[in-house]
Structures are given as structure tokens and as C-alpha cells.
Design a protein around this ligand. Structure first.
Ligand code: OXD
Ligand code: MN
Length: 587
């Protein structure tokens, strides 16, 4: 099967444990894919969508209990509990294996065991990393084929001596009471049981490219982040790149594929990635980013020609849809898509849609599609050394408190700002929606080790280079007293990106506040946007009383990391508190 002895031994051991009927080494070929699709059409795992309107597109309906990431069942298993930190569920590695191995015993009987060699990152990049996922789910194989570079070339990488992450996955009986997503960063290993949902089952994505990779990145001096990467081309044809972190389902895919408003003539946005960035310091002292993924696993509801035309023009062919609704003529449908709601629909559970049963599409329904189909796909997306990053942007979904945009004072303050990000929860994970929680660097569910050590790692960069990107914080989601969004968002976010690129060239003036540098309203290009000056002022306002309460909440949160918290974080809290008190006195 392979000439790599380590891989052979592992495949044999897994086969002995799981006792599949057959073992299939995935080569990633078109023939193999076609066979798998036909098999899934025959057994009902997939349904063919309208070939005329959506060529080569398929619908998968998951088990209704298996529709999102399960953070409460996700564990980081390190020898020392402190290394996983209060931000992770922890188990000792021996206990973690003992918990899941009995579940894997005989679980592939009557099934085929697929062995998927995959590469995260462009072929030929020194920053790309390999993995092998063993799974009993053909749906996982078909999705991995879109999301990663799988098959022979990935195996070549492993056989040439590269290390690889081992990921063992079984859907089991899809029983929520027998569901675990276990990470063993010290052993470069993942064991995922009982779920077929993307974030739990496509192991190259969150499990490898974030949780395991963040651990490796700390050891090796780089960064594995929950960030989109995009290029901003100005009217003169110069392109600069930014990476931006937002919690799940907060618009990363929309921002990555943004179409600038007509009034900003000549500006263009190029998509490098929509979810994950691996960043290394280059010899020139700049931070260079690659997108380890090859596809998009995006949230369908809310996606339309109005909110994300590039995405709509990406996902109409060769896509796998999961848990969307379907029209009588076999077209995928979700809340927020263009056009009127059809009078008849089949809902995400395969029933005739009845609003009494809730929405037609699941709020976390998804599409999986190749990034190369995106009209705004950057011609630099597969360049081995990646793209040089000029700005890092962090944000959350906050209806109050955070202004539209501010710039951090320096790297240390930027790391503090990113560590203090908070956001209202969404349907991408099971649990209550709309509750504010701290989501540092948008990595709360994905950092494979103690956040305090992670912030320390981020802070080390300031002594390694004086050419680091500037750091910004944005909030597209601020609401007015009537509960309405104040900022139009979507394509108009280009106005904020434009200001950010100008600031990276040290153009335009700013006002210094305790929490950071705020644009002068006049420097935000609002041409063609009918936005009242009062709204602009409200969007940029910093209320010292509200921020005093916010800083206390941040301090309390940081307190949960005890002595491991880097002193720089305490220093920033003290400075901001002092300056807020001074500004309250002055008012
Ligand atoms: C995702 C997520 O699917 O963040 O990207 O949940
Ligand atoms: Mn994500």
C-alpha cells in the first residue's frame, strides 16, 4: 500500500482494531471519486441536485443530532493539564485513548476503511504539512478531496520522509452519547468518533490545521491561525495582503470574497483563503501567510448574490451541500438566498417544509466547494512562500461596545486587543446562540494549548522583527437603540479595508484613545454611501464608562490564566484603566 513503514504499521494496527471488510488507499483520482459518489447516491447518503442549474452538485442530509462542532466533547490530551489550559477540555493521553479505543473496536465491520493521505498547503511549499486520515465515511473522503490536496502527491510527500499527523475517524453509530473529538498534540494524533460533521470529521481542517498545528507552530516559531487571507488591489494595481480572524459564522467567507462598492472605483479584492492561515516570518522580517486548505466549507444561510456574489458564482457547480433545503425541481435553497421563498420546499431533514418545524435549511447548513472555482481566487494562492501580510485584523460580533474600527498602538497592544476579542455565539457550534463570550484571536475552540502560552508565543514576535504587520480591530455588527445594524457591512466593509491599507502606509490621521487609534471620520471613504454623520460618529465612539466595565471583564477573564498570563497583558489592562479614568475625569 505504501513504502513508509510507520504508515504501514499504523494502517495495520487500525485495521486490527476496527476490523473493516475492505481497506482502500485513496488516490484522489476522478474515477475513484465517481465510484464513491455513485455508491453514496445508491445508499442514500447523497441526493443528486438539479444537473441543469447545479451541475455535479449533491445534497447530504446529516443525522439531525450531528449538525455542528461539539466543543463540549472536544478534548486536548496533554501529559500536563496546565499545557492544555483552562481554554480546553483536558484528559491525560492514556485516559483519552482508553476512552475512545473501545469505541473503535470493530466499528468498521461491514464497512470500508478509507486511508486518505493529504497535504495542507500548496504543493512544494516548505510550510505545507501532511496528514493521513483513516475514516469509514465516503462522505468524509469526498469532502476531504475538496478541502485538502489528497492522494498520490500527498503520499509522495510522506514517503519522501516528511512527518505526518495521524487522524483516525469513524462515524460509529452517530450516537451523541458516544461522540468524542480527541487531540493528542504531543503524539501528532487525532481520534474522532461518532460524528460526520465537517469540523469534527474532516480532520485536516480544525483538528489538524488549527489545534495540532497551533501546538507545532509554538514549538517551531510560527503561527497557525483562524484567519482568512485576502489581497487588496488599489487603482494603481498595487496589491497588499491582510489576514483577518473572526469567530465562526461571523462573515470570514464574505469578507474574503468581498466585491467593493461601485463608488470605490478601481479597488479589487483577491481571495487567498477564507478560514485558516499559517504564517511564518520571512528572511525580510515580514510575516508570510499560506492557506493550508484547498476549498471552502462555508455557511449557506445568508449567502446570496447581494451579500456574496463571488461565493454564489463559486458554489453553483461541483459542490456538496449539507443540510440545506431543496426546491421541488432539485435546487438547493436556504434562508437569505436570492428570490422569493418557494411555496414548496423539502426541509433539511427531508420533510415537506412546515414553518412550524423551524427553518427550511439548518442555520449551520454548509457548502463544500473548491477554492479554485472562486472568481476572485488570487493568482498568489498557491505560491509556495505565501503572501506578505501588511495588516492583521481581529473582530467579533458585538452589538455594543466595540467601534467600527481601531488600530492597535503597537504589537504588544495588538496582541492584548486580539486576546480580548469577545463575540456573540453562533450556530457553528452546538449550544446557546447570541451569548457574549471571550474568543481570543477567534481561536477559543481551536487553540491546541494553554491560551496564556499562546499569547506569550505571539508576544515573542515583537523581538524577532521590526517589520511585523499592524494590528486592527473591527466590528461590523454594532446595533442602534432600535436593535438595527448601524453599518451596512458586506461590500461596504471595503471602506474600512481601504482605510487600513492607508494606515499601513502611514497615511491619514488618527485620534489616540485608551483603547487604540480611531479614524478621523473624514478619512473613511464613504463616497456613495448614504450614512448620516451622526451614525458615523456613533460607530466610532468610545464610551469610557462602557469600556471601564469591558476592561474589568477582560481582567477577570485574564485572571483565569493565573501565573502563566504574560505580564504584558496585565500591563495593558493597567494602562487602559488608568487612561480611561483620566478621560472620565477630563470629561
Ligand atoms: C468553520 C467554523 O466551519 O469555524 O469554519 O466552525
Ligand atoms: Mn472557521
Amino acid at each position: 500500500m505504501t513504502n513508509n513503514p510507520e504508515l504501514t504499521a499504523w494502517i495495520d494496527a487500525v485495521a486490527a482494531l476496527t476490523t473493516p471488510d475492505e481497506i482502500h488507499l485513496v488516490d484522489g483520482s476522478d474515477d475513484e471519486h465517481e465510484n464513491l459518489i455513485n455508491q453514496m447516491l445508491a445508499d442514500g447518503t447523497l441526493e443528486k441536485l438539479n444537473e441543469k442549474t447545479h451541475p455535479n452538485c449533491f445534497l447530504h442530509r446529516s443525522d439531525p443530532s450531528d449538525v455542528a462542532r461539539v466543543e463540549h466533547l472536544t478534548f486536548v490530551c496533554t501529559e500536563n493539564a496546565e499545557d492544555a489550559g483552562p481554554n480546553n477540555n483536558w484528559m491525560a493521553p492514556a485516559e483519552g485513548h482508553a476512552k475512545v479505543d473501545p469505541l473503535f473496536k470493530g466499528c468498521m465491520k461491514g464497512r470500508t476503511m478509507y486511508v486518505i493521505p493529504y497535504l495542507m498547503g500548496p504543493y512544494g511549499s516548505p510550510f505545507s504539512r501532511a496528514g493521513v486520515e483513516i475514516t469509514d465515511s465516503p462522505y468524509v473522503v469526498a469532502n476531504m478531496r475538496i478541502m485538502a490536496r489528497i492522494g498520490r502527491r500527498a503520499l509522495d510527500h510522506i514517503e519522501a520522509g516528511g512527518s505526518f499527523v495521524r487522524g483516525l475517524h469513524s462515524i460509529g453509530q452517530l450516537d451523541p452519547n458516544q461522540r468524542f473529538i480527541m487531540h493528542f498534540p504531543e503524539q501528532l494524533m487525532i481520534k474522532s468518533f461518532g460524528s460526520g460533521y465537517g469540523g469534527n470529521a474532516l480532520l485536516g481542517k480544525k483538528c489538524h490545521a488549527l489545534r495540532i498545528a497551533s501546538w507545532q507552530a509554538r514549538t517551531e516559531g510560527w503561527l497557525a491561525e483562524h484567519m482568512l487571507i485576502l489581497g487588496i488591489e488599489d487603482p494603481q494595481g498595487n496589491t497588499s495582503y491582510v489576514a483577518a480572524a473572526f469567530p465562526s459564522a461571523c462573515g470570514k467567507t464574505n469578507l474574503a470574497m468581498l466585491v467593493p462598492p461601485a463608488a470605490l472605483e478601481g479597488w479589487k479584492v483577491w481571495t487567498v483563503g477564507d478560514d485558516i492561515a499559517w504564517m511564518h516570518l520571512g528572511e525580510d522580517g515580514r510575516l508570510w501567510a499560506i492557506n493550508p486548505e484547498a476549498g471552502f466549507f462555508g455557511v449557506a444561510p445568508g449567502t446570496s448574490l447581494k451579500t456574496n456574489p463571488n461565493c454564489m458564482n463559486t458554489l453553483g457547480r461541483n459542490a456538496i451541500y449539507t443540510n440545506v433545503a431543496v426546491t421541488p425541481d432539485g435546487q438547493p435553497w436556504w434562508e437569505g438566498i436570492d428570490g422569493d421563498k418557494p411555496s414548496e420546499l423539502i426541509d433539511w431533514q427531508g420533510r415537506p417544509h412546515d414553518p412550524a418545524n423551524g427553518r427550511a435549511a439548518h442555520p449551520n447548513s454548509r457548502f463544500t466547494v473548491a477554492a479554485s472555482q472562486c472568481p476572485s481566487y488570487s493568482d498568489q494562492a498557491n505560491v509556495p512562500q505565501g503572501v506578505p501580510i501588511s495588516a492583521l485584523i481581529f473582530g467579533g460580533r458585538r452589538s455594543a461596545v466595540a467601534p467600527l474600527v481601531f488600530e492597535a498602538l503597537d504589537w504588544e497592544h495588538g496582541v492584548f486587543t486580539a486576546a480580548a476579542v469577545a463575540s456573540e455565539t453562533t450556530a457553528a457550534a452546538t449550544g446557546a446562540v447570541g451569548q457574549v463570550r471571550r474568543d481570543p484571536m477567534a481561536m477559543k475552540p481551536f487553540c491546541g494549548y494553554n491560551f496564556a502560552d499562546y499569547w506569550t508565543h505571539w508576544l515573542t514576535f515583537k523581538d524577532k522583527s521590526d517589520k511585523l504587520p499592524k494590528i486592527f480591530h473591527v466590528n461590523w455588527f454594532r446595533k442602534n437603540a432600535e436593535g438595527k445594524f448601524m453599518w451596512p457591512g458586506f461590500g461596504d466593509n471595503m471602506r474600512v479595508l481601504k482605510w487600513i491599507t492607508e494606515r499601513c502606509e502611514n497615511k491619514s490621521n488618527v485620534t489616540k484613545t485608551p483603547i487604540g487609534l480611531i479614524p478621523n471620520g473624514a478619512d473613511l471613504d464613504l463616497t456613495g454611501l448614504n450614512l448620516d454623520q451622526k451614525v458615523v460618529d456613533a460607530l466610532l465612539a468610545i464610551d469610557p464608562d462602557i469600556w471601564s466595565t469591558e476592561v474589568e471583564a477582560i481582567e477577570e477573564y485574564f485572571g483565569s490564566f493565573g501565573d502563566r498570563l504574560p505580564s504584558a497583558m496585565r500591563r495593558q489592562v493597567e494602562r487602559i484603566k488608568r487612561e480611561l479614568t483620566d478621560s472620565q475625569k477630563a470629561a
